[in-house]
Design a protein. Structure first.
Length: 408
């Protein structure tokens, strides 16, 4: 009997440990997390503030969201540690927003006798996280097109660390009004009943009066897209717009009167048709029903979470292209954190070809074209495209502006 009791105690302890593990996976749960995960009452970081466990806000975030020793994409990690990067080794995380580790990747190459240096800091948003080796942008002291100081840029510039913003049962977005029962980011997230709320997408914050925008992501999202894509279902409402939210910092890049690419505008029938028919350079035989690519996502003209959840998939079960009423936004071309290319773009814009001779350009491919490889190995280029098969592109694939504009 004693043996049986002991066995039950051990079994209970094991089950409890699994339960705690599952709970720690959902650390934020759509709102204010366990205070002790970010703050320490008695042993905070010596040079920090607010009793944070890191020496600044973003370093505190990266105590969880970066992990030295990762061998591949891992759950909620959004940064590859410096110790895991070396020449020819690409960052490992493949979240929709990208891996900040690309900021650590400097490249140099020679074209027609002229050396070009592509600094890692050109690859995305340069968060300040001193504990992890991230520093402010040394060229853009303010947000391009705006006045936000680069020295202030960190995770809380976009995300509310306490997750106060919530979506109520009637769809209203507010900072109070009902308790948050869990994350609202996923296709598996609960639907809040009356008197309940879920967190907004990725704990995003209101910026300069613009409310957090709308999106739903598959529950498993940090993954290679070698076989199937990870589709984030971006949404839109009159008060929650992706472009307007980005424009809170990048104001002049999104001016209604400026001569710039439109954002938050409907695609119209011509662009929607191009998107649906475009397969790759020289191939316009596609069908809108199977035309989606996560390299050129669009914003659905919907704030219906039932619809958005049904579209946020990672198994290619939903690949429909846009309707004419769907929209273009900054995230159609850029990743939110960083990418393998300049300006956080989803594809290389610094040459006419993104594949060449049926290969991902690299310094190690034959033939090698430095203006397309840009100092990278072929494997680094492929990783920047989330390990897609080369067959997804034309043998001489031109830039993906053509997914909408079909000029190739």
């Amino acid at each position: 009997m004693k043996v049986l009791k002991l066995s039950l105690i051990v079994l209970g302890a094991v089950l409890l440990s699994f339960g705690l593990s599952s709970m720690s996976y959902a650390f934020h749960s759509g709102g204010a997390a366990e205070c002790g995960g970010c703050h320490s009452m008695h042993s905070p970081a010596a040079s920090g503030s607010y009793l944070l466990v890191g020496n600044d806000n973003s370093s505190t975030c990266l105590t969880c969201h970066e992990h030295a020793g990762d061998t591949g994409p891992s759950s909620y990690h959004i940064s590859t540690a410096a110790a895991d990067l070396s020449a020819g080794v690409p960052p490992k995380q493949l979240t929709p927003g990208g891996d900040f580790g690309w900021l650590r990747k400097d490249y140099s190459f020679v074209v027609r006798g002229t050396t070009t240096n592509e600094d890692g800091e050109t690859h995305g948003h340069n968060i300040v996280a001193v504990d992890n080796g991230y520093a402010a942008d040394s060229v853009n002291t303010q947000a391009p097109g705006g006045t936000y100081l680069a020295s202030d840029l960190g995770c809380p510039s976009c995300h509310n660390p306490h997750g106060k913003w919530r979506r109520l049962s009637d769809g209203t977005v507010a900072t109070t009004g009902a308790p948050i029962i869990g994350s609202g980011s996923y296709d598996t997230s609960l639907t809040p009943a009356a008197g309940e709320a879920v967190g907004v997408y990725r704990l995003l914050d209101e910026i300069e009066g613009v409310k957090p925008p709308i999106a739903v992501v598959p529950a498993t999202y940090n993954r290679a897209e070698s076989s199937t894509q990870t589709r984030v279902a971006y949404g839109h409402s009159s008060t929650q717009k992706w472009g307007a939210w980005c424009a809170a910092c990048h104001t002049d890049m999104h001016s209604d009167s400026g001569y710039v690419h439109p954002i938050d505008e409907t695609l119209g029938s011509e662009i929607a048709t191009n998107y649906g028919q475009y397969v790759k350079s020289g191939d316009m035989s596609g069908s809108s029903a199977t035309s989606f690519t996560s390299l050129v996502p669009f914003v659905e003209n919907s704030a219906d979470y039932t619809v958005l959840k049904s579209h946020a998939k990672n198994n290619d079960s939903v690949l429909n292209g846009p309707a004419s009423s769907d929209r273009v936004a900054c995230i159609s071309c850029h990743r939110a954190h960083a990418s393998g290319f300049e300006f956080g773009l989803r594809w290389n814009m610094e040459g006419e070809f993104i594949t060449h001779s049926g290969q991902f350009p690299g310094t190690d491919t034959t033939p090698s074209y430095p203006q397309f490889a840009r100092g990278r190995l072929g494997a680094e280029t492929q990783k920047a495209y989330y390990d897609r098969a080369i067959s997804k592109f034309a043998t001489y694939q031109r830039v993906l502006c053509n997914k909408c504009h079909a000029q190739d």
